[in-house]
Design a protein around this ligand. Structure first.
Ligand SMILES: Cc1ncc(COP(=O)(O)O)c(C=O)c1O
Length: 371
């Protein structure tokens, strides 16, 4: 999808907010902990390369992504810092991993067997850094038994082409008030660590939520959503230190009209004007990631909340105005106008999801402008 620069609809990303959020985590984490900026999924929609660069400038020691292609994007943008891929990598791509010097997870014995075989046929130059994935209760990737972990560590040590750089786990309820399950997961992780013959360079379990609210094992923090200034729990848990949301979504009014009472608006003619009404059209739609469920939500124009009426189209929405506004009037879809706000969490609540998903939905069509 091509980015639409010749349109007033834009994501404005506040670089200072990202810097502030990095300062906050550095001020609050342990001195021995390294921060890795999680910039997968195009930096949670904020733009992977610019966010990674800012976070690294502010002291992040590396980046985490989900896929090989996301990692390559960072390297090709000149990022030489360590990059940890969080998702399982197919063994056929190990030569690429070696060339770019990415770190990857090791999650099953079968994967290791195949990887060793691959190395025998096609040896690569740089030894590949592996992070042992331990499934302590997330049920996603990783080893579940201490025996299989110890056995795998010995096999890696005896093999060429690899080394164990880290061991990690992921918590599934660190953003909830009840810490019981996280504590169980952490305890399980501690048992695994205690059984290792030696500790690798990196031990990690913390994501944003565990950094903010939990005590957990490790010397590396995989810092994702909080870097973008968002509370991992939505509105459930209070933040121990302030974060600054970095993303605004803005546009302009492209048409204003007065419609008589009874007029229908949008596909399916689902909205009917209850009286003579002012209606504005704004150039954003579901192809931008502003999905159809946004119908009934609101935007800010001239400092007032204006309801989205009728269905969200692929490229446009219509809103009801309190009065006539000029063409090109600024519109805030996420952000602040005259002390009124629309947060990503407000959007998430309206469409019944989490702000992570809302941010990731914003498509390539929206230009990301960094201020
Ligand atoms: C393994 C892993 N670590 C860290 C993160 C970052 O989590 P957060 O954005 O909640 O900080 C994620 C995000 O999904 C993840 O999957």
């Amino acid at each position: 999808m091509v980015t639409s620069y010749h349109r007033p609809t834009q994501l404005i990303i506040d670089s200072d907010a990202i810097r502030q959020n990095m300062h906050q985590v550095k001020a609050h984490c342990q001195a021995a902990e390294d921060i890795f900026a999680v910039v997968k999924a195009n930096g949670y929609g904020h733009g992977a390369v610019p966010i990674a660069k800012i976070a690294l400038e502010e002291g992040a020691k590396g980046c985490c992504v989900a896929t090989i292609d996301e990692a390559i994007e960072l390297r090709e943008a000149g990022i030489t810092a360590p990059i940890l891929i969080l998702g399982v990598v197919d063994v056929q791509y190990l030569p690429i991993i070696s060339t770019y010097e990415f770190a990857i997870p090791l999650a099953t014995t079968q994967w290791l067997t195949e990887a060793i075989e691959w190395y025998t046929h096609t040896p690569w130059e740089n030894n590949i850094a592996l992070h042992m994935a331990v499934d302590t209760g997330m049920g996603r990737i990783g080893f579940t038994t201490i025996e299989s972990i110890c056995d795998t560590v010995s096999r890696v040590t005896a093999s060429e082409g690899f080394f164990i750089e880290g061991i990690f786990t992921h918590f599934s309820t660190a953003d909830e008030a009840d810490q019981t399950y996280t504590k169980q997961q952490n305890q399980r992780f501690e048992e695994v660590l205690a059984s290792l013959p030696s500790r690798p360079r990196y031990i990690h379990s913390a994501n944003s939520a565990s950094e903010l609210w939990q005590e957990s094992e490790g010397n590396l923090i995989r810092y994702g959503i909080a870097l973008y200034g968002l509370n991992p729990s939505g509105n459930t848990l209070a933040l121990p230190y302030p974060l600054m949301p970095a993303l605004e979504l803005v546009s302009k009014v492209v048409q204003v009209k007065k419609v008589p009472k009874g007029s229908k608006i949008g596909y399916g003619a689902t909205y009917e004007a209850l009286e003579d009404e002012w209606i504005a059209t704004i150039p954003i739609g579901y192809a931008d990631g502003y999905i159809r469920k946004m119908q009934g939500f609101h935007v800010l124009i001239e400092g007032q909340y204006c309801e989205i009426v009728g269905r969200v189209c692929m490229d446009q929405i219509m809103v009801r105005l309190p009065h006539e506004v000029p063409l090109d009037a600024p519109v805030v879809l996420v952000g602040e106008m005259n002390k009124k706000t629309i947060t990503l969490q407000d959007v998430a609540t309206h469409i019944g999801t989490i702000h992570y998903e809302v941010a990731c939905l914003f498509s390539e069509r929206l230009p990301r402008i960094y201020k």
